[in-house]
Design a protein around this ligand. Structure first.
Ligand code: PDD
Length: 282
């Protein structure tokens, strides 16, 4: 496999990262996962824009030159003969002798390589089981940071109990997001999802779905909801680049939507690839 390291495509085995790369030692970096369907990028501009947001918020001295990076990502997919899948892209603050403060001259490291992502059609047809878990992560979840220890520990907790996603809450009245997804509920025909603030990652898929909802005349509210609302919702679903939309059919021991994907969830899924004439989401 060829990988993109900074500006060059090289063999995976030659893509050496220094042991004092700050991404490796401090989780000092940010990342994106971007889909590639049938030879075309999906919402690429929005992902690159969010990458720059994360870099700026993390004060990593790196300027995403969109056109150049797009050309390199294009080569990456073409030379690896990828037709369907995605890309993992991360930028760290780079190598420096281990010390907490930022190095005086940052030399960020960019790595990108293809991911073998498949459409999750089984979960989309049957729905998934979820648990709830206390959100003990930091308070800058809007940065797509490499620091995912809280996320992976909580995802594992879900797996260990036979579920496939964990839904975080700060307290009973405040559900935030999933361990690797955003969360939506449907009540009386209306979609509800958490505001885009520092408690959640503003998912590109979340934004795409709100845009679709508008086009499909599905009313929505951007509002904090609690565990009661989650467990008594008519429908629940999670969204992410890799999950797209996955219907939730149970939360802890509570069955949702009679254990089947609900109608609004299915409508959004059916129209997932529609209305994509925009180059950037509103
Ligand atoms: N995860 N919230 C969290 C905590 C996430 O990790 C993700 C994505 C999302 C959804 O964001 P988007 O729709 O932009 O993918 C929300 C990625 C896919 C991952 O870590 O693999």
């Amino acid at each position: 496999m060829l990988v993109l390291k900074n500006e060059t495509l090289i063999n995976r085995n030659d893509a050496v990262i220094d042991i004092e790369d700050r991404g490796y030692q401090f989780g000092d970096g940010v990342y994106e996962v971007i889909r590639y369907y049938d030879g075309e990028w999906f919402l690429l501009d929005d992902h690159l824009e969010r990458l720059q947001y994360s870099l700026d918020e993390a004060e990593i001295d790196y300027n995403v030159q969109e056109e150049k990076l797009k050309a390199r990502l294009h080569d990456l997919m073409e030379q690896n003969q990828v037709q369907d899948g995605g890309v993992y892209l991360q930028v760290t603050r780079g190598f420096a002798p281990r010390n907490h403060p930022y190095p005086e001259h940052q030399q960020p490291t960019l790595i990108a390589y293809p991911l073998n992502l498949k459409r999750p059609t089984h979960d989309q047809t049957h729905g998934i089981h979820t648990i709830t878990a206390e959100d003990f992560r930091w308070l800058r979840c809007d940065i797509k940071s490499l620091n995912l220890l809280g996320n992976v520990m909580t995802k594992q907790k879900a797996i260990d109990t036979g579920a496939s996603e964990a839904i975080f809450y700060r307290d009973e009245s405040h559900v935030t997001e999933g361990s690797s997804t955003n969360v939506f509920i449907v009540k009386n025909g209306e979609l509800i999802t958490h505001p885009a603030d520092h408690y959640i990652l503003n998912g590109i898929t979340r934004r795409h779905l709100l845009y679709l909802a508008e086009r499909l005349d599905i009313p929505y509210r951007i509002e904090v909801f609690g565990l009661d609302a989650l467990k008594n919702a008519d429908e629940v679903f999670v969204s992410s680049t890799s999950a797209e939309i996955k219907p939730v059919i149970s939360v802890d021991d509570q069955i949702i939507s009679n254990g089947e994907p609900g109608p609004i969830t299915n409508t959004l899924l059916k129209n997932y690839f529609d209305h994509l004439s925009v180059t950037k989401l509103p």
